[in-house]
Design a protein around this ligand. Sequence first.
Ligand code: ZN
Ligand code: ZN
Length: 271
Amino acid sequence: MIDFTHDGHIHTPFCPHGTTDALEAYIETARARGMKTLTFTEHAPLPRGFTDPVPDQDSAMPLDVLPRYLDAIQQLKQAYAGEIDVRVGLEIDYVPGFAEETIAQLEPYAASLDETILSQHFLLIEGDYFPVDFSLETFDVLVDRLGSFEAVIGRYYESLITGLAFEWERLNVKRIGHLDLPIKYEKQYVWERKHVKDVETRLLRAIHDRGFGLDLNTAGLRKPDCGAIYAEAVAAEATALGIPLVLGSDAHSANDVASDFMRIRKKATFR
Ligand SMILES: [Zn+2]
Ligand SMILES: [Zn+2]
């Protein structure tokens, strides 16, 4: 069963590409929409030595800001104790080739983290890193490099399977973020999910074997070239395997907290 009162994927004013909306404003929207549990999951600092490939290099908060972020969410947790369950988290990037550095860099903060999400936003192709969800233009470069939309999804899944092998438990990872993120631009391409079914099933089994859950992420509903919920297409198969699903709005503004949760509640896929 999906808990429709838990938003498990929320960004904050500490996000360099988000809004400056105050944390209290996020809480107000959450209350108005009937949320009981909120997990704040700001983009964790990227590993030392990795150069952010997006043009503004603003994918994540810098390492020196992390302690302030953790303090701010901890304070929020205490301020709303008894009213709303605030959890301290991060959205941690699996950057191919940098998993061990990422774990080593963030492990000193692990004791302050209630639960975290592991997400993939970059692909490594022949020695170069490419952003997956930065823009249609940068995504199209990926499709060109790999040959088809399905090839991008396939590579995204294969890369995650490789990434799952690392010791993410040391950072309190509980679930995988927006599993099929490349569908953000799917309306611009002709593709069929059945062509990636084999690798998709292998990935779901690997996630189950590792004991992780999935982030059922409503951000795709707000993207003009998507209109779908990330991971919804695998929700039934994941549930059959015993993989827990946790809703996430991926809000980067106060108004998007718990976005669409009430509307999708009636969907048969989530029963
Ligand atoms: Zn973000
Ligand atoms: Zn993300």
